[in-house]
Design a protein around this ligand. Sequence first.
Ligand code: TNX
Length: 525
Amino acid sequence: MAKYFALFLIAVVSCTHAAREDRKIRIIPQPVSVVQTGGFLRLDTSYIDFYSSSSDANNAIKVFQDELKDDLQITFSSQKSSDVEVTIHDGLVSGGYSIEVDRKKATISASDPEGTFHGLQSLRQMILFSEKKGNKILIPCCKIEDFPEYKWRGLMLDEARHFFGVEKVKQLLDMMALHKLNIFHWHLTDASGWRIEIKKYPLLTTVGGKGAHKNPDGPVKFYTAEQIKEIVAYAGERFITIVPEIDMPGHAAAANRAYPEFSGGGSEAYPEFTFHPAKEGTYAYLTDILREISELFPASDIHLGGDEVHFGNQQWATDRQVQSLMKKMNLSDLKAVEKYFINRMSDSVKSLQRKMLGWDEIVDSEVGPDNAMVMWWRHDKPEQLKKALENKYNVILCPRIPLYFDFVQHESHKWGRRWRGAFADIEKVYTFPPDTLPGFKEFNDQILGIQANVWTETIVDDRRLDFMIYPRISALSEAAWTKAGNKNYEDFLERLKAMLSFFKDRDIYYFNPFEPGLSPEAEGI
Ligand code: TNX
């Protein structure tokens, strides 16, 4: 009898245990603390009563309600007997929030609208990923406290090499917002195409917007100023800042097709790659462009690129005007010319009341930490990160390995790039940053955050784009938001399963880390 009783007990215990696992709260990125207090709030599957005591939260609430209408066809009313209540009051970290769920209601508190937005996105995941029984959604009672580890949680998309358009970008912004990523860095110009309308120089888009990487004769594709405004507003409603990048003095071939008078030439492999550093007209032209950019983007920063100038500055060495500039300004070599260019353009950015951002090459241009922030991308040059930090720059970490999402993501894959065999698998994204990074600990307060970059030379269409971004975006969000001590890859993978089915419902063509060998090619990607 005792034996049977023991067996019975084991059965009961393991059942409850299984149920508990099943009823776990699954939020990505993992919050600072989640304590399940027992029992459930039973929400109706088709109707939620929603109350907010502050109109400051209206915008975050509107996005949340529209999304849930779309996700689950839930409708909303607002009486005081609410299922969900939102309050704004002092005392919580900016961008942070708390959620308390008891058997009667879910209460979200934050100090600012951004915190409210984050809290609502967590609640949305709880609604989406909790058990549904009959016409009830069973939200586990809990207390959640949450705030971000890094203030810069970015994703960069290159639309110069391949263009994806308004709807795809909005979908990406939606997914960023769901993951509490808050910076969308938009690489809008490069050798393959110039993708943003500039009223004063219309040929930039009508000529420079033609074609794509390896397909120079493709159709003209670009964003009109109106579309840019629409996307900036859409991002703003989701507490995402868009940082535009106008790459210079290299990666300028598309602009140079439109206005060859400002070209500084290129090399055999990279024709017409640079802007001309010795013509006064170039600085006026680029400053005019940046003025229009500053009118379109409210962000406090403008990214000027500054990368890989040596790919195509060979003609500077023989150009008569560059030679006389070098004499006049006492510039000893082409690196000094590059430095001169970057400093002039940094002055332009300053005159527009903006701060310059640049790739890690700009540290060598000594533009100064008061004038610029740096994105460290060359993972094979850790000394450049150290140099940036020692020179007091604020830095965003986005090293190719593991944060370039155009890189292969699984050993067995051939879709994407590799760096001497190295690639960017999801676990490495998740565990970033390793505490072995040089300078990382001593200069921690200069590290603004983390960003992944999606370069698109090899990403030709929406499906490939999805495949490279999802679900590495989920790992990125946890790398950027969650404290190191709260990260756990196995636990993340468990939570990720729910997120993958959400991606599936959205027709997002994600990589499945649980079936890594599946060949996208076989499926026609
Ligand atoms: C390096 S990252 C580049 C890009 C390429 C990318 C491809 C950087 C500042 N420059 O121009 O698209 O590698 O992975």
